[in-house]
Design a binder for this molecule. Structure first.
Ligand SMILES: *[C@@H]1O[C@H](CO)[C@@H](O)[C@H](O)[C@H]1NC(C)=O
Ligand SMILES: *[C@@H]1O[C@H](CO)[C@@H](O)[C@H](O)[C@H]1NC(C)=O
Ligand SMILES: *[C@@H]1O[C@H](CO)[C@@H](O)[C@H](O)[C@H]1NC(C)=O
Ligand SMILES: *[C@@H]1O[C@H](CO)[C@@H](O)[C@H](O)[C@H]1NC(C)=O
Length: 320
C-alpha cells in the first residue's frame, strides 16, 4: 500500500503539473466584438476630459449622425471631426470616448487594429481602469502616445506600494519602475516598445497590427505584432474560440507581481478607447515634437489635419 500510495502521489503530481502548465495560459472567448457589435458592447462617454484636452466628447447619436463612429461588417471606425474650424473660446474638437459595459479581471484582450489616430496634437489611448476607483483600482495603458511620437509604451498606474523589478522577461525598455501615480506627476511604470511601427504613422503605414494584454494575479503582459510579422500566433491572427498565451513568446512589456500584489492594486476594469487633443500630456510636450504653432491653436484652426485622426478596429476579442 505504501508503494501504491507513493506511486499515486507521483502520478497525480505529474498530472497536476502538466494540467497546470496546459491551463496556465488558456482562455476561452467571452466577447467577440466586430463591426456593429461595438455599438452594443461599449457606452459612449460625452464627458469633460479629465486630462484637460481641447476636445468635446459626443454621445453615440451625435457620433453616428456626424459619422465620427461608423461600422461595417468587418470594421469599426472612431474618429475626430476633421471639417470644423473652432472658435478659441468655444468647445474643443469633437471626438469620441467609449467604455465597455462589461468589466474584466483575469482576462486576455486582443485588439486587431488597422489604423490609429495620427496628427500633431493627437493623444489616442486604449486602456483599462475602474474610473470610480482610480487610482486604487489601477490603470493599464495598452496603447498610448502623443503627437505621432513612436514607439508605443505600455504603462501601469497604481496607488502607492506597487513597483516593477529592473530585470524582466520582455522585449521593451523600462522607464520608471514605481507605478505610484503620486510619483513624478503620474508618470507610472512604463515600458517602451522596441518597434518603431508600434505607434502613429509608422504603425498605420504598415497596416497596423495586433495588440494584446493578458492580466492575471501573477502578471500583466502586453504584446505587439506588426501586421506583416512572421511571428503572429495562429490564435491571434485567426478568430478562434480560445487562446493560449503560453505559445505567444516574449511580451513587449512584462509587469510581474514580485513587488506588486496585482490582486490588491487592480480591481475589475472597463476597457476604454479615447482620442483627445493637447491637454496635460500632448499639450505639455507639443513644443518638442516638431509640430507647428501652439497645440490648441493648431487644433482650432486646421480641421483637415485631423483627417487621419481615427481608429479602425478589425476586432476586439476578450477571453476569460
Ligand atoms: C485617455 O486615456 C488616458 C490613458 O492613457 C487617460 O490617462 C486619459 O485620462 C484619457 N483621456 C481622456 C480624455 O479620456
Ligand atoms: C463614414 O465613414 C466611413 C468610414 O470612413 C466611410 O466609409 C463612409 O463613407 C462615411 N459615410 C459618410 C456618409 O460620409
Ligand atoms: C504573486 O502571485 C502569487 C500567486 O498568486 C502569490 O502567491 C504571491 O503572493 C504574489 N506575490 C505578491 C508579491 O503579491
Ligand atoms: C470599481 O471599484 C469599486 C470599488 O472596488 C467597485 O465597487 C466597483 O464595482 C468597480 N466598478 C466596476 C465597474 O467594476
Amino acid at each position: 500500500m505504501v508503494k501504491f500510495h507513493s506511486l499515486l502521489t507521483f502520478v497525480s503530481a505529474v498530472c497536476l503539473a502538466s494540467v497546470t502548465s496546459v491551463l496556465a495560459g488558456s482562455y476561452t472567448l467571452s466577447d467577440n466584438i466586430v463591426g456593429p457589435a461595438f455599438f452594443d458592447a461599449f457606452e459612449w462617454q460625452a464627458i469633460g476630459d479629465p486630462t484637460h484636452g481641447r476636445v468635446q466628447y459626443v454621445d453615440q447619436a451625435t457620433s453616428r449622425s456626424r459619422n465620427l463612429t461608423y461600422a461595417s461588417s468587418n470594421s469599426f471606425v472612431l474618429r475626430a471631426d476633421s471639417t470644423t474650424t473652432l472658435s478659441p473660446s468655444g468647445p474643443g474638437r469633437q471626438s469620441v470616448r467609449i467604455r465597455t459595459k462589461k468589466t474584466y479581471q483575469t482576462h486576455v484582450a486582443v485588439f486587431d487594429v488597422r489604423h490609429m489616430p495620427q496628427g500633431c496634437g493627437t493623444w489616442p489611448a486604449i486602456w483599462e481602469t475602474n474610473e470610480s476607483n482610480w487610482p486604487n483600482g489601477g490603470e493599464i495603458d495598452i496603447v498610448e502616445g502623443v503627437n505621432d511620437q513612436a514607439p508605443n509604451a505600455a504603462t501601469l498606474h497604481t496607488a502607492a506600494g506597487c513597483s516593477m523589478p529592473a530585470s524582466r522577461t520582455q522585449t521593451g525598455t523600462n522607464g520608471q519602475l514605481d507605478c505610484d501615480t503620486a510619483v513624478n506627476g503620474n508618470t507610472g511604470c512604463g515600458v517602451r516598445f522596441t518597434e518603431p511601427n508600434s505607434y502613429g504613422p509608422g504603425f498605420n503605414n504598415n497596416g497596423g497590427g495586433w495588440l494584446a494584454v493578458e492580466r492575471n494575479n501573477q502578471f500583466i503582459n502586453v504584446w505587439f505584432w506588426p501586421r506583416n510579422s512572421g511571428n503572429v500566433p495562429g490564435d491571434v491572427r485567426n478568430a478562434i474560440s480560445g487562446v493560449n498565451t503560453d505559445t505567444w513568446g516574449t511580451p513587449s512589456a512584462n509587469f510581474p507581481n514580485t513587488s506588486c500584489d496585482i490582486s490588491k492594486f487592480f480591481n475589475a476594469h472597463n476597457i476604454i478607447i479615447n482620442l483627445t487633443f493637447c491637454g496635460d500630456w500632448a499639450g505639455g510636450v507639443y513644443g518638442q515634437s516638431g509640430c507647428p504653432s501652439t497645440c490648441d491653436d493648431f487644433v482650432n484652426n486646421n480641421p483637415a489635419a485631423f483627417a487621419n485622426a481615427y481608429f479602425d478596429f478589425a476586432s476586439l476579442r476578450v477571453y476569460q
